[in-house]
Design a protein around this ligand. Sequence first.
Ligand SMILES: Cc1cc2nc3c(=O)[nH]c(=O)nc-3n(C[C@H](O)[C@H](O)[C@H](O)COP(=O)(O)O)c2cc1C
Length: 186
Amino acid sequence: MKKKLVVAVTGASGSIYADLLFKKLAQLSDQLQEVAVVMSDNAKQVWRFELDNDNYQKLPYKFYAKTDFMAPFASGSAKFDTMIVIPCSMGTLGRIAAGTSDDLIARAADVILKERRKLILVARDTPLNLIHIKNMYTVTEAGGIICPAMPSFYSKPQTVEEVAATVVDRVVDLAGLQNQSYRWGE
Ligand SMILES: Cc1cc2nc3c(=O)[nH]c(=O)nc-3n(C[C@H](O)[C@H](O)[C@H](O)COP(=O)(O)O)c2cc1C
Protein backbone atom coordinates (compact mmCIF):
# COMPACT_ATOMS: atom_id res chain seq x y z
CA MET A 1 0.00 0.00 0.00
CA LYS A 2 1.48 3.35 -1.02
CA LYS A 3 1.38 6.02 1.66
CA LYS A 4 -0.41 9.35 1.76
CA LEU A 5 1.84 11.59 3.80
CA VAL A 6 1.49 15.07 5.26
CA VAL A 7 4.76 16.83 6.04
CA ALA A 8 4.49 19.96 8.19
CA VAL A 9 7.54 22.16 8.72
CA THR A 10 7.52 24.58 11.64
CA GLY A 11 9.84 27.28 12.95
CA ALA A 12 12.04 25.30 15.32
CA SER A 13 15.74 25.20 14.63
CA GLY A 14 16.71 22.32 12.34
CA SER A 15 15.41 23.10 8.85
CA ILE A 16 18.12 20.68 7.73
CA TYR A 17 15.94 17.83 9.05
CA ALA A 18 13.07 18.83 6.77
CA ASP A 19 15.45 19.35 3.85
CA LEU A 20 16.97 15.88 4.31
CA LEU A 21 13.54 14.29 4.74
CA PHE A 22 12.34 15.76 1.45
CA LYS A 23 15.50 14.45 -0.26
CA LYS A 24 14.88 11.00 1.24
CA LEU A 25 11.21 11.03 0.17
CA ALA A 26 12.34 11.74 -3.40
CA GLN A 27 14.41 8.52 -3.23
CA LEU A 28 11.45 6.58 -1.83
CA SER A 29 8.82 7.99 -4.21
CA ASP A 30 7.75 4.51 -5.36
CA GLN A 31 6.33 3.94 -1.83
CA LEU A 32 4.37 7.19 -1.82
CA GLN A 33 0.99 7.88 -3.33
CA GLU A 34 0.98 11.51 -2.27
CA VAL A 35 3.03 13.98 -0.21
CA ALA A 36 1.28 17.17 0.93
CA VAL A 37 3.27 19.94 2.55
CA VAL A 38 2.38 22.79 4.89
CA MET A 39 4.95 25.23 6.28
CA SER A 40 4.49 27.87 8.92
CA ASP A 41 5.74 31.40 8.20
CA ASN A 42 8.38 30.93 10.91
CA ALA A 43 9.52 27.72 9.22
CA LYS A 44 10.20 29.63 5.99
CA GLN A 45 12.11 32.30 7.91
CA VAL A 46 14.21 29.79 9.86
CA TRP A 47 14.89 27.72 6.70
CA ARG A 48 16.17 30.83 4.89
CA PHE A 49 18.30 31.79 7.89
CA GLU A 50 19.79 28.35 8.61
CA LEU A 51 20.19 26.93 5.09
CA ASP A 52 20.74 30.20 3.15
CA ASN A 53 18.28 29.18 0.45
CA ASP A 54 14.59 28.96 -0.46
CA ASN A 55 14.88 25.51 -1.98
CA TYR A 56 11.62 24.30 -0.44
CA GLN A 57 9.96 26.33 -3.21
CA LYS A 58 11.37 23.90 -5.78
CA LEU A 59 9.92 20.77 -4.18
CA PRO A 60 7.64 18.72 -6.45
CA TYR A 61 4.88 18.48 -3.81
CA LYS A 62 1.64 20.37 -3.38
CA PHE A 63 1.99 23.09 -0.76
CA TYR A 64 -0.98 24.26 1.34
CA ALA A 65 -1.26 27.56 3.17
CA LYS A 66 -1.38 27.29 6.93
CA THR A 67 -4.80 28.94 6.84
CA ASP A 68 -6.25 26.56 4.23
CA PHE A 69 -8.83 24.46 6.03
CA MET A 70 -10.10 23.31 2.62
CA ALA A 71 -6.95 21.16 2.26
CA PRO A 72 -7.86 17.47 1.85
CA PHE A 73 -5.95 16.38 4.96
CA ALA A 74 -8.02 18.74 7.12
CA SER A 75 -10.61 15.95 6.96
CA GLY A 76 -10.21 12.33 7.98
CA SER A 77 -12.15 11.24 4.91
CA ALA A 78 -9.14 12.05 2.69
CA LYS A 79 -7.39 9.12 4.37
CA PHE A 80 -3.89 10.50 4.78
CA ASP A 81 -2.26 7.80 6.90
CA THR A 82 0.81 9.52 8.32
CA MET A 83 1.78 13.05 9.35
CA ILE A 84 5.32 14.15 10.17
CA VAL A 85 6.00 17.54 11.78
CA ILE A 86 9.70 18.22 11.19
CA PRO A 87 11.10 20.11 12.96
CA CYS A 88 8.29 20.64 15.46
CA SER A 89 8.42 23.84 17.52
CA MET A 90 7.24 23.94 21.10
CA GLY A 91 4.51 26.32 19.96
CA THR A 92 3.13 23.82 17.45
CA LEU A 93 3.53 20.99 19.97
CA GLY A 94 1.47 23.02 22.44
CA ARG A 95 -1.27 23.75 19.92
CA ILE A 96 -1.48 20.07 18.96
CA ALA A 97 -1.53 18.96 22.61
CA ALA A 98 -4.30 21.47 23.35
CA GLY A 99 -6.31 20.39 20.30
CA THR A 100 -6.74 23.97 19.13
CA SER A 101 -7.10 23.09 15.42
CA ASP A 102 -6.62 26.82 14.82
CA ASP A 103 -4.35 26.41 11.80
CA LEU A 104 -3.92 23.69 9.18
CA ILE A 105 -0.98 22.07 11.00
CA ALA A 106 -2.84 21.78 14.31
CA ARG A 107 -6.02 20.68 12.52
CA ALA A 108 -4.26 18.03 10.41
CA ALA A 109 -2.55 16.64 13.53
CA ASP A 110 -5.90 16.62 15.34
CA VAL A 111 -7.44 14.69 12.44
CA ILE A 112 -4.61 12.14 12.38
CA LEU A 113 -5.03 11.54 16.12
CA LYS A 114 -8.81 11.27 16.03
CA GLU A 115 -8.58 8.79 13.15
CA ARG A 116 -6.00 6.78 15.15
CA ARG A 117 -3.41 7.19 12.40
CA LYS A 118 0.30 7.93 12.73
CA LEU A 119 1.50 11.32 13.96
CA ILE A 120 5.27 11.84 14.32
CA LEU A 121 6.52 15.04 15.96
CA VAL A 122 10.22 15.75 15.55
CA ALA A 123 10.21 18.08 18.53
CA ARG A 124 13.14 20.46 18.97
CA ASP A 125 14.14 22.70 21.80
CA THR A 126 16.53 22.52 24.69
CA PRO A 127 16.30 22.60 27.61
CA LEU A 128 12.67 21.59 28.07
CA ASN A 129 10.32 23.17 30.57
CA LEU A 130 7.52 21.31 32.31
CA ILE A 131 4.94 22.66 29.84
CA HIS A 132 6.88 21.10 26.93
CA ILE A 133 7.21 17.79 28.78
CA LYS A 134 3.51 17.74 29.72
CA ASN A 135 2.56 18.51 26.11
CA MET A 136 4.76 15.63 24.92
CA TYR A 137 3.08 13.39 27.50
CA THR A 138 -0.38 14.46 26.31
CA VAL A 139 0.40 13.85 22.63
CA THR A 140 1.94 10.46 23.48
CA GLU A 141 -1.15 9.54 25.51
CA ALA A 142 -3.32 10.50 22.53
CA GLY A 143 -1.36 8.10 20.31
CA GLY A 144 1.22 10.43 18.76
CA ILE A 145 4.94 9.68 18.59
CA ILE A 146 7.45 12.17 19.95
CA CYS A 147 10.67 11.62 18.03
CA PRO A 148 12.94 14.36 19.37
CA ALA A 149 15.53 15.85 17.01
CA MET A 150 18.28 14.07 18.96
CA PRO A 151 21.00 12.73 16.66
CA SER A 152 22.94 9.56 17.45
CA PHE A 153 26.66 9.13 17.01
CA TYR A 154 27.26 5.37 17.09
CA SER A 155 27.22 5.22 13.28
CA LYS A 156 30.17 7.68 13.42
CA PRO A 157 28.69 10.40 11.20
CA GLN A 158 31.36 12.66 9.68
CA THR A 159 29.41 15.67 8.45
CA VAL A 160 26.55 17.82 9.71
CA GLU A 161 24.32 16.21 7.08
CA GLU A 162 25.26 12.72 8.29
CA VAL A 163 24.55 13.73 11.89
CA ALA A 164 21.14 15.13 10.93
CA ALA A 165 20.41 12.06 8.80
CA THR A 166 20.55 9.87 11.94
CA VAL A 167 17.33 11.62 13.02
CA VAL A 168 15.70 11.56 9.60
CA ASP A 169 16.40 7.85 9.13
CA ARG A 170 14.56 7.12 12.40
CA VAL A 171 11.63 9.25 11.24
CA VAL A 172 11.47 7.38 7.94
CA ASP A 173 11.50 4.06 9.83
CA LEU A 174 8.70 5.28 12.11
CA ALA A 175 6.66 6.32 9.07
CA GLY A 176 6.83 2.69 7.91
CA LEU A 177 8.82 3.39 4.75
CA GLN A 178 11.43 0.88 3.60
CA ASN A 179 14.80 2.58 3.73
CA GLN A 180 18.44 1.57 3.53
CA SER A 181 20.26 3.08 6.51
CA TYR A 182 22.79 2.26 9.19
CA ARG A 183 21.51 -0.56 11.42
CA TRP A 184 23.24 -1.39 14.65
CA GLY A 185 24.47 -4.98 14.67
CA GLU A 186 24.27 -5.47 10.90
C1 LIG B 1 16.39 30.99 14.27
C2 LIG B 1 15.26 30.54 15.13
C3 LIG B 1 15.34 29.34 15.81
C4 LIG B 1 14.30 28.88 16.61
N1 LIG B 1 14.43 27.67 17.22
C5 LIG B 1 13.40 27.18 17.93
C6 LIG B 1 13.47 25.86 18.47
O1 LIG B 1 14.46 25.15 18.34
N2 LIG B 1 12.38 25.39 19.12
C7 LIG B 1 11.23 26.12 19.27
O2 LIG B 1 10.28 25.63 19.86
N3 LIG B 1 11.14 27.39 18.77
C8 LIG B 1 12.19 27.92 18.09
N4 LIG B 1 12.10 29.18 17.55
C9 LIG B 1 10.89 29.97 17.81
C10 LIG B 1 9.72 29.62 16.90
O3 LIG B 1 10.03 29.92 15.55
C11 LIG B 1 8.48 30.43 17.38
O4 LIG B 1 8.09 30.01 18.68
C12 LIG B 1 7.30 30.34 16.45
O5 LIG B 1 6.19 31.01 17.02
C13 LIG B 1 6.89 28.93 16.14
O6 LIG B 1 5.77 29.00 15.30
P1 LIG B 1 5.35 27.79 14.37
O7 LIG B 1 5.27 26.60 15.26
O8 LIG B 1 4.03 28.20 13.81
O9 LIG B 1 6.39 27.67 13.33
C14 LIG B 1 13.13 29.67 16.76
C15 LIG B 1 13.05 30.89 16.09
C16 LIG B 1 14.10 31.33 15.30
C17 LIG B 1 13.98 32.65 14.60
